[in-house]
Design a protein around this ligand. Structure first.
Ligand SMILES: Cc1ncc(COP(=O)(O)O)c(C=O)c1O
Length: 338
């Protein structure tokens, strides 16, 4: 269930913040995978979209969006072919953290007859992908420009941990010393979104995904309050097998098994101190807190631990305003994880 007013407020508030601190916003569609919501983000002023997978990018380009960053190593002939086809239809940028990927990207771009923007993926603390030192980032940037169909697009990192600013500043300075122009330095992440302005002027672009809906994790991080959460999972109490035990019809195939900082698999808004202690595929086991009760047949709303993985499990969002269903939006890129 998506609360349209809360969604709009979340989108508007973030765009207003970006305008105030002079950051370009490039929202990440992985959270909603929904063309209708992406349209709202761009209408409000987003500079383009971020997609994590080519499948998401294909969905968004099919829908008419023409500026997409895929901050991901594109590996293997099949993906490079899809990248070439995408590039024929839209302005696409990708990231790399390894020079050995550049010849494949170059051939794909050359096949499409267009230049491909390539950003250097920097590991500024997460320990996921990305080059580990600013010098390596600069060296990879100089490799990119040796390829005829590749354009060095700048640097990208996730998330924006405090060390990011120094790392990215050093990488950008190194690239400039080598005579390269740095188009953009892009950071991201909802937990730290309200301090993104402190990354200026090194960082010029910021990518947020979860901010559209928020969830239990971003509320725990202090990026939002529970009453700003715009997406919940509607569930029904299907069993009351004991005084302190209730069972909901939303299991791991609805709430996912992703965890949040505090225990449990989501917050039941009608019984917020109670805990979803365990999930099966189609059942949530609720331990009721003192003073809280749930009735057999009662419909409840659950704030999930992680909104992005929940969207991917449903075909559509049921859109409500003031408690009434006003629309249904397809989750267009659900399952498009290739
Ligand atoms: C590369 C990249 N950019 C941006 C984001 C957006 O993060 P968030 O949903 O916290 O806003 C993510 C999230 O995983 C990411 O991997």
């Amino acid at each position: 269930v998506v609360d349209a007013d809360r969604l709009d407020r979340n989108l508007e508030r973030w765009q207003a913040y970006c305008d105030r601190v002079d950051l370009r916003s490039r929202p990440h569609v992985k959270t909603h995978k929904c063309v209708e919501i992406a349209r709202r983000q761009v209408q409000l002023g987003a500079a383009g979209l971020t997609c994590q997978k080519l499948g998401e990018a294909e969905t968004m380009v099919d829908a008419g969006f023409d500026d997409v960053l895929v901050p991901y190593n594109i590996v293997g002939a099949a993906k490079l072919e899809r990248l070439a086809q995408l590039l024929e239809r839209a302005t696409i940028a990708v990231s790399v953290d390894d020079a050995s990927l550049l010849p494949g990207l170059d051939r794909a771009a050359s096949r499409s007859g267009r230049q491909l923007r390539v950003l250097v993926d920097c590991d500024t603390g997460l320990g996921r992908t990305g080059v580990a030192r600013p010098d390596d980032a600069g060296a990879l940037a100089t490799e990119i420009v040796r390829h005829e169909s590749l354009h060095f697009g700048g640097f990208v990192t996730y998330p924006a941990l405090p060390a990011a600013r120094e790392f990215l500043g050093a990488a950008a300075a190194g690239a400039e010393r080598a005579g390269l122009e740095v188009d953009v330095v892009s950071a991201g992440g909802t937990p730290a979104m309200w301090s993104a302005g402190e990354l200026r002027p090194v960082v010029g672009e910021y990518r947020v995904g979860t901010y559209a809906f928020h969830d239990r994790a971003t509320v725990a991080a202090g990026a939002a309050t529970l009453d700003e959460v715009a997406m919940t999972v509607a569930a029904t109490v299907v069993s009351r097998p004991g005084d302190r035990r209730a069972v909901l019809d939303a299991g791991s195939k609805s709430l996912t098994s992703d965890l949040a900082p505090s225990p449990g698999h989501g917050v039941i808004l009608e019984a917020p101190s109670s805990t979803i202690v365990r999930l099966n595929e189609e059942h949530a086991y609720v331990e009721l807190a003192d003073g809280e009760s749930l009735e057999l047949g009662q419909q409840v709303r659950v704030v999930p631990n992680h909104a992005c993985t929940v969207s991917n499990l449903f075909d559509e969002f049921v859109v409500v305003r003031d408690g009434d269903v006003v629309d249904r939006w397809r989750v267009d890129a659900r399952g498009r994880s290739r």
